[in-house]
Ligand binder design. Structure first.
Ligand code: XMP
Length: 326
């Protein structure tokens, strides 16, 4: 039997009861697969890896070793939330690595989008590999592969980078949610007690804010982007758009314009709002954000974020524009 094919008989998980029975079934399977051995997991804080972590903590407790690599390109408060939920609330065996300096040093002066992505992906593997080698007798690698990943690729979650671990690091894979669709993963995550802020979150690219801090990344512009993005998210939460819009974020280009602040000339970067709806990310339409919300966001970002002096709105559907700017 090919275990990578979802059986026709498998019921769509839509309720807590169905999720609970899926969880019980997977706990038994994982225990049988790993016995008393250790399992390693790259925990990004995204929906899929978070749900796998919570499930494996239930199944094997401290035999699971979670590694959270902060590449310095996370959104505001994200790494802190991973630590709070997994280390403090779920008592996970969590290794936290702040690799911000390593990533930003490597990215210094690099403006070309593909090159930036390669550096971020490559450095992630190096950091993860270094940590993995420090641990004794880890035989298994858990991955948050989900069914669309299998349907769309060869089953290895390219964005999660661990697919590219060096040849000599041989692990058997543990992929408890590989037959689930995204909506089912969220139902299972809730049944496992994960907070809605983690389970219902919008998609976030592996290279993170790195592809939204356009061109060569600098620390000050990255900081401005992170703060502006936090304001956008807060205001979308406040007006209810966060519940309905598929993906929304800020991009900050590497250019300045002239402005005026406190009666003085004030050169700053523009913050570009992008808010899109889609079902499969292959095409996307633009969310029509009410003008009062746009005004509020503009007011807050220009007043609260150092270095930003204009707020722009991206009205481009996909195609022609991709969802991300890089
Ligand atoms: P584009 O920009 O290609 O994005 O229209 C489509 C969707 O994919 C997300 N995206 C990524 N997700 N790693 C990811 O996990 C990546 O490198 C990556 N690049 C883009 C993007 O945010 C959008 O949801």
């Amino acid at each position: 039997m090919n275990t990578n094919v979802r059986p026709d008989t498998m019921q769509r998980i839509t309720t807590k009861e169905l999720a609970d029975s899926f969880i019980a079934e997977q706990i038994a399977l994982v225990r049988e697969q790993v016995g008393d051995k250790k399992v390693l997991l790259a925990l990004s804080g995204g929906v899929d890896s978070s749900v796998v972590a919570a499930l494996l903590i239930k199944a094997i407790g401290k035999q699971l070793v979670c590694v959270h690599v902060n590449h310095g390109l996370m959104r505001k408060g994200e790494s802190e939330q991973v630590i709070e939920v997994f280390r403090n609330q779920l008592d996970a065996n969590l290794i936290y690595i702040d690799a911000t300096d390593r990533f930003l040093d490597k990215l210094k002066g690099v403006a070309e989008p593909e090159k930036k992505r390669k550096i971020i992906g490559g450095e992630f593997i190096v950091v993860f590999d270094e940590e993995a080698r420090k641990l004794d007798d880890v035989d298994f690698l858990a991955q948050g592969t989900i069914y669309p990943d299998i349907l769309e690729s060869d089953g290895v979650k390219a964005h999660h980078n661990v697919g590219g671990l060096p040849e000599d690091m041989k692990f058997e894979l543990v992929e408890p949610i590989k037959l689930l669709y995204k909506d089912e993963v969220r139902v299972v995550g809730k049944a496992l007690g994960l907070p809605s802020s983690m389970v219902d979150r919008q998609p976030f690219p592996g290279p993170g804010l790195g592809v939204r801090c356009l061109g060569a990344i600098t620390r000050d512009r990255l900081h401005a982007l992170r703060e502006a993005d936090a304001i956008l998210r807060e205001e979308f939460d406040n007006c209810g758009l966060a519940k309905t819009v598929w993906q929304y974020f800020i991009a900050v280009p590497d250019m300045k314009s002239v402005g005026v602040k406190d009666d003085k000339r004030y050169e700053g970067w523009p913050a570009i709002i992008r808010a899109v709806n889609t079902t499969d990310a292959m095409t996307a339409t633009i969310e029509e954000i009410p003008y009062d919300v746009l005004h509020k966001i503009t007011e807050r970002i220009t007043a609260e974020v150092d270095g930003i002096n204009r707020v722009l709105l991206d009205l481009t559907p996909k195609p022609v524009g991709t969802i991300e700017w890089e």
